[in-house]
Design a protein around this ligand. Sequence first.
Ligand SMILES: *[C@@H]1O[C@H](CO)[C@@H](O)[C@H](O)[C@H]1NC(C)=O
Ligand SMILES: *[C@@H]1O[C@H](CO)[C@@H](O)[C@H](O)[C@H]1NC(C)=O
Ligand SMILES: *[C@@H]1O[C@H](CO)[C@@H](O)[C@H](O)[C@H]1NC(C)=O
Ligand SMILES: *[C@@H]1O[C@H](CO)[C@@H](O)[C@H](O)[C@H]1NC(C)=O
Ligand SMILES: *[C@@H]1O[C@H](CO)[C@@H](O)[C@H](O)[C@H]1NC(C)=O
Ligand SMILES: *[C@@H]1O[C@H](CO)[C@@H](O)[C@H](O)[C@H]1NC(C)=O
Length: 289
Amino acid sequence: MVETFLGRFHFHFDNRRLDFKRWISALISSHKTLFTVLWIVAFASIFVWQRSIVDGLRIFGRAHPARPIPRLRPVAFNLTDFGGVGDGVTVNTEAFERAVTAISKLGSRGGGQLNVQPGRWLTGPFNLTSHMTLFLAEDAVILGIQDEKLWPLMPPLPSYGYGREHPGPRYGSLIHGQNLKDVVITGHNGTIDGQGQAWWVKYRQKLLNHTRGPLVQIMFSRDIQISNITLRNSPFWTFHPYDCKNVIIKNVTILAPIFEAPNTDGIDPGEYALFMFFLTVYQFLLFNK
Ligand SMILES: *[C@@H]1O[C@H](CO)[C@@H](O)[C@H](O)[C@H]1NC(C)=O
Ligand SMILES: *[C@@H]1O[C@H](CO)[C@@H](O)[C@H](O)[C@H]1NC(C)=O
Ligand SMILES: *[C@@H]1O[C@H](CO)[C@@H](O)[C@H](O)[C@H]1NC(C)=O
Ligand SMILES: *[C@@H]1O[C@H](CO)[C@@H](O)[C@H](O)[C@H]1NC(C)=O
Ligand SMILES: *[C@@H]1O[C@H](CO)[C@@H](O)[C@H](O)[C@H]1NC(C)=O
Ligand SMILES: *[C@@H]1O[C@H](CO)[C@@H](O)[C@H](O)[C@H]1NC(C)=O
């Protein structure tokens, strides 16, 4: 009897427990579903909110008029006037070359200014000319092309007589100048980015057959001014004035990762006669992402 009673009781209890369990698990699973839905909604709304903050900032940024580019030479051009496209993909080497050719004809009239507007302007190496101002707007980035086949070779530096890393010719610099006078590279803290990462990896893996090129190299020239810009991730030395007179460097930021960026020296003056540094902002070898 007792056993039966207990058995029945157990039976009933088990039944109830089963019901209760089912009810609980249904509740839990519906809660789970609800919770999952709520979680997705919350996550999505945070995501949308974040996006709108970013967009808001972008819109906010755009709402501010772009800082007007000052006129520093009698004649000024935009890189777009020469077919430049700042989409980070189009190669602008020829646009830069056309601009430099146009400015080279203005020397007797005080020279010319080339404005690089906000955007990402991919380019292979190009040469500057005398009486030229290269002006990089805020958020203008000149990007060095990473394919070394598009980097012309040059004779080794006279002081070495051979390539610094390999015998024979060396890669030229991304922005180069020789036998020039009165050259200014300035801006509203725009950037010349050598995209050196690919070069550093190839250098370490011994895949390069020639010495890497500097980011900006000016040789046998005078009256050179580099100011108010950022130079970053050079394949090799960052700024290399060689056998130049009256070089002024002012308010320039130089960035490269501390590790894994071999020989990306900031400024390597070589064989100079008269040289002046005015580095009010000089961050050399900083981490960057
Ligand atoms: C360069 O472009 C700006 C607009 O971004 C325009 O206001 C200016 O007139 C242009 N300058 C030249 C020289 O074409
Ligand atoms: C720049 O000029 C130098 C000297 O004339 C020349 O060796 C070099 O190939 C030129 N670089 C480019 C990219 O045209
Ligand atoms: C340095 O450059 C920044 C960014 O373009 C500018 O705001 C600042 O006025 C410059 N400082 C000097 C001393 O020229
Ligand atoms: C210029 O830009 C660089 C990199 O974007 C930044 O690190 C530096 O602080 C800026 N300089 C000034 C003076 O705003
Ligand atoms: C280096 O030279 C080797 C052998 O001539 C060639 O196969 C290779 O493509 C060259 N590498 C570069 C980056 O030019
Ligand atoms: C640097 O930028 C500041 C602020 O725009 C300007 O006052 C100064 O004249 C510039 N200096 C040089 C050397 O370009």
